[in-house]
Design a protein around this ligand. Structure first.
Ligand SMILES: [Zn+2]
Length: 99
């Protein structure tokens, strides 16, 4: 089994299935998708239908995607807030600047 820390790309399918890929696996998937030479790819013994793949995300983008899916939102101050939380970053920044 691959070390999980090697899996730095997140493949997302239309139905919401996610698979973590190594950079090599991500390159393989992206290469096949770009060239259009295949309709499916096998990763870790699982077969992925490439016509169902919505995105291959970096770990950072995947993290943002997961937060958005959980209902979190990113304010203009680059802070994540929960769905019902009001952004008070402006007040917080103003306070910090006056210390
Ligand atoms: Zn905020």
């Amino acid at each position: 089994m691959n070390n999980l820390t090697d899996k730095t790309f997140c493949l997302v399918t239309r139905s919401g299935i996610e698979m973590w890929l190594t950079p090599e696996e991500a390159d393989l998937v992206k290469g096949i998708m770009r060239s259009g030479t295949g309709r499916a790819v096998e990763v870790d013994g699982e077969l992925i239908n490439l016509t169902d793949v919505v995105a291959v995300l970096t770990a950072q983008r995947a993290d943002e995607y997961h937060k958005l899916k959980r209902g979190l939102w990113l304010c203009k101050y680059d802070e994540w807030h929960t769905k019902n939380q009001t952004c008070e970053c402006a007040e917080a920044r103003r306070y910090e600047n006056h210390i």
